[in-house]
Design a protein around this ligand. Structure first.
Ligand code: KIV
Ligand code: ZN
Length: 515
């Protein structure tokens, strides 16, 4: 059992998180997320799965070039091609890790891999040995470990460590385990694997039963010293353990769990928002730590208690996770210098072009909306930065709608790969007309699955933040758009999703990855 009480945080938002249907991220988006994670002092950043596509390879490589403090990690199945591809992508990294995995449960070995246990055992040794040719920092995972035979799992763990893996990950791939069972599994490994003290034991929990965080914490109590998690709990199916919940549970209940992480919790809210904007995955309002209602007090009796002493109903302060009071920030007379300064206060360091674009949109917004809050600026800037490399851009939009028109009409201009195109379309409602016009110009075959509107702040003049989900040939993408005009925000969201679809078309899903 580990004696150090420091728990390493391994973030897999850009790998397992990206496996959430629709949550694709391009290279520049991954760089932005990686920088935010590094600023939070995440120990290991899993940047992607380099063999999955050229885009993934380039994204991992780009993150490897940018990040200097955190360890940058790439995922690889147990084959040589995967491992060498990960090694290649990680070459520029100052600190790099290859994470190689193979399934160890009877079901996965028989049905998915169609390999005998002895062949899997040999693959464990070969894959770790191969990865060690690229870096000294190798992590090995036994996929579906929680449904694996204990004797076999112990043999594989021992072999992986003997071959040079410094981190051993025990994933609950299908979110099946429960806290005391997982605690017992980790304890069993500490008791039975003779060389276990040569490795850090890591845990990786999925949330199918809503137990990912509880299971991870139970494993830490049993001696695990790395937790794999994602921002906002993003991840395959029901997601992974949410980083913000792990970090704040350890902080808030230190009396019960005397472990610490290196994470700067005050950057949680900002990073959560960044990930949500980039992926298009809105955070549910009642989500622990980062949901819009996580620190809101509605009931009169609660409000009364809060006024007397915040400890009555708050077990942690909003400030401790970087949530600030809604600040009335700027008006239409604010200048560019103050604007740039405000962005820096909010954690944005933008290049001149991005500042200019955002400033122009801020001025337009200030003409329409009397009071501009921090949240407005965050929505506006994220929306602007998100679009920098888009191949399809909105140039103009005009919509005719209301009770007096027989059918709603949208006229719009889009810039598609540098050329401006015009379309006019009818629809059953203004949003339908806009989406029809966009489809005309992009000749795309996708289906709209979700259309959702939220107000960025309160009030009827609030900016609208629109989320759409599109599906094309089984691939889904999310898009977001913000604007004071809900119809413009809708067009932006649809176009944002289309741009992501263009990226997604390049990607192919690698076989035998159920991770
Ligand atoms: O869930 C899982 O088993 C994984 C592995 C690749 C670690 O994501
Ligand atoms: Zn996983």
């Amino acid at each position: 059992m580990s004696t150090s009480n420091r728990v390493l945080i391994f973030d897999t938002t850009m790998r397992d998180g990206e496996q959430s249907p629709g949550a694709s991220m391009n290279r520049d988006e991954k760089i932005r997320i990686a920088k935010a994670l590094e600023e939070m002092r995440v120990d290991v950043i899993e940047a992607g799965f380099p063999i999955a596509s050229q885009g993934d390879f380039e994204a991992v490589q780009a993150v490897a070039k940018e990040i200097t403090e955190s360890i940058v990690c790439g995922l690889a199945r147990a084959g040589r091609a995967d491992i060498d591809r990960a090694g290649e992508a990680l070459k520029p990294a100052k600190r790099k890790r290859i994470h190689t995995f193979i399934a160890t449960s009877p079901l996965h070995m028989r049905v998915k891999l169609q390999m005998k246990p002895e062949a899997v055992y040999q693959a464990v040794i070969d894959s770790v040995t191969r990865a060690r040719n690229h870096t000294d920092d190798v992590e090995w995972s036994g996929e579906d470990a929680t449904r694996s035979d204990h004797d076999f799992l112990c043999r594989c763990v021992e072999a992986a460590i003997a071959a040079g893996a410094g981190t051993i990950n025990i994933p609950d791939t299908v979110g099946y385990t429960v806290p005391d069972e997982y605690h017992a599994l980790i304890t069993m490994l500490f008791n039975r694997v003779p060389n276990i003290d040569k490795a850090v034991v890591s845990v990786h929990c999925h949330n199918d039963l809503g137990l990912a965080v509880a299971n991870s914490l139970a494993a830490v109590k049993a001696g695990a010293r790395q937790v794999e998690c994602t921002i906002n709990g993003l991840g395959e199916r029901a997601g992974n353990a949410a980083m913000e919940e792990i970090v704040m549970a350890l902080r808030t209940r230190k009396d019960h769990m005397p472990y610490s992480t290196n994470i700067r919790a005050e950057l949680i809210t900002r990073t959560s928002h960044l990930v949500s904007t980039i992926t298009g995955f809105a955070v549910q309002p009642n989500k622990a730590i980062v949901g819009a209602n996580a620190f809101a007090h509605e009931a009169g009796i609660h409000q009364d208690g809060m006024l007397k002493d915040a400890n009555t109903y708050e077990i942690m302060t909003p400030e401790s996770v970087g949530l600030r009071k809604s600040n009335l920030v700027m008006g239409k007379h604010s200048g560019r210098h103050a604007f740039r300064q405000k962005l820096e206060d909010l954690g944005y360091t933008l290049g001149d072009n991005a500042v200019n674009d955002a400033f122009k949109r801020f001025k337009d917004l200030a003409d329409k909306k009397k009071e501009i809050f921090d949240e407005d600026l965050v929505a506006l800037v994220d929306d602007t930065v998100n679009r920098e490399n888009d191949r399809i851009k909105l140039v103009s939009l005009e919509v005719v709608c209301g009770t007096k028109v027989a059918q709603q009409t949208a006229e719009l201009e889009l810039e598609v790969d540098g050329a401006v195109k015009y379309a006019k379309a009818l629809g059953d409602g203004p949003v339908d007309a806009i989406f029809n016009a966009i489809k005309q110009l992009t000749s795309s075959t996708q289906h709209l699955q979700i259309y959702q509107v939220n107000g960025v702040t309160g009030g009827t003049d609030a900016q609208a933040e629109v989320t759409v989900r599109l599906e094309e040939n089984g691939k889904t993408v999310m898009g977001q758009g913000a604007d004071a005009d809900t119809l413009v925000a809708s067009a932006r969201a649809y176009i944002n999703a289309l741009n992501k679809l263009l990226v997604k078309r390049e990607k192919t899903a690698p076989a035998a990855l159920s991770a």
